[in-house]
Ligand binder design. Sequence first.
Ligand code: PLP
Length: 408
Amino acid sequence: PTREQVHNFAAGPSPLPTTVLEEAALGLLNYEETGMGICELSHRGKEFKAVIEGAEADLRALLSIPENYTILFTQGGGTGQFSAVLLNLLSAHRLANPVPAEEFKPPVVDYVVTGSWSSKAYSEAQRLSLPPFPSCPSFSEPRIAASTKSTNWTRLPSKEEYNFNKDAAYIYYCENETINGIEFPPKPEDDSAFPFDLVPEGVNLVADYSSSFISRPIPNIEKHAVIYAGAQKNLGPSGVTVLIIRNDLLVDTTQASKLGCVPPVPITYEWKILADNGSLYNTPPTFPIYVSALVLKHLISEKGGLQGLEKTNKAKAELLYQTLDDAESKGKVKLVVREKSARSWMNVTFTIEGEGQEKKFLEGAEKRGFRQLKGHRSVGGIRASIYNAVTLDSINLLCEYIKEFCGK
Ligand code: PLP
């Protein structure tokens, strides 16, 4: 089939705008008539420098990122940041508490666990909590500040369920759980909105925005210490991770380790080193950065920026959820997330009721050109990921199919 005949609902890597890919294909062969492809140019040359600086400026404008935050393009994926967040922020905490090692009190780190990815981030913090110097641990066991595991990730914590520690080195949450299809609503008046007002003063807040990045404005950037996202959903191909970091957290981790009790951070994961070198300390993933730069330009010029995307993405999600709610009332499907305001705009998860029906649904979907609708292997069911590049037309066709399958 052609691209036009296929509706790609992949959770990531996921579809990108066709016009962007066409331009990228040209750039891959002959970038701006240099006679060389973008992947064949030095990352320190003027052409690539213009690409990465343009991407940074466009991202800053698109998200209204304040001046006191640095944007970094790095590698290692979202998973890399599970480790890097912990190590860099423990160093920042150590430098802010420069007492002799014998007097150093290891801080706690607080995790809000609302699905598979925040669980993985928490597990990595647990893994790294085995102290490198048993007599001088860098931090105590990570804490769970709120968890909805007992609901099987079908709702978010209510305000009363959060229990943040005022001495935590940081608080961590995942804004959109890609596998479970649950997302913090942006409006503070919604019961399950992230409780920024409960974050103790001075405690650093970290958010994993991997699967909702640039799908709508990010409220309260300035309430966060760090926001990060792997590119491979809304931004570009896999291989690049974007970080938005408040400048005071770009710390020299070698200096921190000299105070004792914290390890130095491996060099490609130290945010300060990346920042001091404009994300070019070592060879960056030039092609993913190039495509991301093209996507950002496309979103600004063709899609009406984040306000435009917010409108379209809201309409797409509302249409699909309404169709699924109707189908659920007929007993044919079941939406996974039970709390309406917490349903993800990007990853719509549901199950098909009845023996053998899921297989039948997927087979019929394939025939109509709907691809990659199978839920994540760890949870099963169906997942329609409807990122920025998925059109309202594709959603309309999927809704028609759901209605037909369930008997209109
Ligand atoms: N966080 C979230 C919310 C994700 O969706 C993913 C991957 O899909 C990750 C983290 C891990 O990212 P990566 O595979 O780039 O390490």
